[in-house]
Design a protein around this ligand. Structure first.
Ligand SMILES: C[C@H](O)[C@H](O)[C@H]1CNC2=NC(N)=NC(=O)C2=N1
Length: 104
């Protein structure tokens, strides 16, 4: 089990195989193409519930066509298994809503 306080290396993060997530400046970012505000709000609420359960919180941008999510472990200033685990959960919520992540 990976130490949740241990910063992960770029190759460890790549090995996690997080489809739709990009590694940039010690953060994991994804943009979910919700296409309308109500779907975005639903996704944000689901993310919020999982963040509270995990006691690990992303930065979230809610706009009409999409939801942006940025993850990092503030306490260690980088990406840990907490971020990878929550990213997987967030991708699952998007899948449940039939929402794709932008691939650019
Ligand atoms: C006190 C509380 O447990 C900490 O502040 C938690 C809350 N949520 C968090 N979220 C994130 N992304 N990083 C943290 O280090 C973090 N720490």
């Amino acid at each position: 089990m990976t130490d949740p306080k241990q910063k992960l290396s770029p190759s460890e993060i790549a090995e996690a195989g997080l489809a739709g997530w990009r590694l940039a400046d010690e953060t994991l970012t994804a943009h979910f193409q919700t296409q309308d505000f109500a779907t975005g709000l639903d996704l944000v609420n689901r993310i919020g519930g999982s963040a509270e359960e995990a006691n690990h919180h992303p930065d979230i941008t809610l706009t009409y066509p999409e939801v942006g999510v940025t993850l990092s472990s503030h306490d260690v200033g980088g990406i840990t298994s907490r971020d990878v685990d929550l990213a997987r959960i967030i991708s699952g919520h998007a899948e449940d809503l039939g929402v794709e992540a932008a691939t650019e």
